[in-house]
Design a protein around this ligand. Sequence first.
Ligand code: ZN
Length: 417
Amino acid sequence: MKSRWNDKDAARYVEAARTLGQSEALGLRIYTSRIIGGDPDLVLHGGGNTSVKVRSADGEALMHIKGSGWDLDTIEAPGLPAVRLAPLLDVRNGTKLSDPDMVALLRANLIEADAPNPSVEALLHAFLPFAFVDHTHATAILALADQPDMREAIQRIYGDRLAYVPYVMPGFDLSIVADRIYRKHTGCQGLWLENHGLFTFADDARTSYELMIEFVTMAEAELARAGVTLSGPQPSDGEEEVALRARLEKALMRDGSPFAKGVFLDYRSTAAIREHAAKENVEEIGLRGTVTPDHVIRIKPWPMIVAADADEAAIEAALAAYAERYHAYFTRNAARSSEPKHMLDVYPRVVLVRGKGTYALGANTKAARIGGDLCEQATRAINAAEAYGRFTPISESDLFDMEYWALEQAKLKVAAQ
Ligand code: ZN
């Protein structure tokens, strides 16, 4: 992976920040966030997050952190709201916070009361004692992060430059665990998050960004060493079964479906998707889960799988089987939860057509396109992970905890009111 850093562009962002009365650091933070966001093999659609610690005019320590609802490739200053740092640091040795309490703490310390919610990874950023912190879900990193037992391999590849963080769900608990691990490895330049992604940090924007690029390049080299080809984003050039699309649309728009009022299907048939869709065990691989935890919120834990010539009856049967599996997954996992969970709909967000391609489903074109982009990247990561060893993402219970996270469920309750 190549660095997209360019001195002239960086200077332009610094100048623009100055003109607007913002700090030079914030200008550089916007610049490197955008060049991270510009590479689909680093982050996609709201994935990843970045921060910078600064001092206010009267000397108070603040952190600008990515706000929810913003994408890194188009981020602007309002997408990096400032929070007071000291109250955030206070909680690192205090009692456990629930995730809704953590969000309340972050909101209470926003400098602008109407700013977007700071990223749920804000505390992790706050605890790291560096001005710049960068976090991505890079494709090459995911191919290696979704493997069983990578601790030794990561040590072999990165030595002490990265500290290994076992999987913990994003939110308060991850920030505490990652902080403890960082403090035991204070010489490290980044954190390897099992089944999730990578953090890098430094006191200047360029170093933190270029460490990210360097570590992703090292992951690419490790895949190549093992004889694994990780292709870049590919064009969708395969044929579509137009009759199948019509049958899927009809089936998905039935009464009681979340798509009753309309469904948008984003079809992709890239070389990598066809390779994956042709695997004999594609269903078993698909059932293992998503390449990084937050994908589950957009594309559910697994795809629905149909044959290219599936008729109406076959599609109905696949939908019924999907609903049954999803219901069982919900019941199994909700039973161990301390608070009541409200089941989401039992419909897939991705339909994989054997040997051919994938449909990402959305209630509008944007949602479908985002789903399609996630499938495109995820499939390349899965192919590489399978070629390297065995694609092994987070467990079913961790997928459930992410999909049924208190914060996501709270949003649903608000929407239902
Ligand atoms: Zn993340």
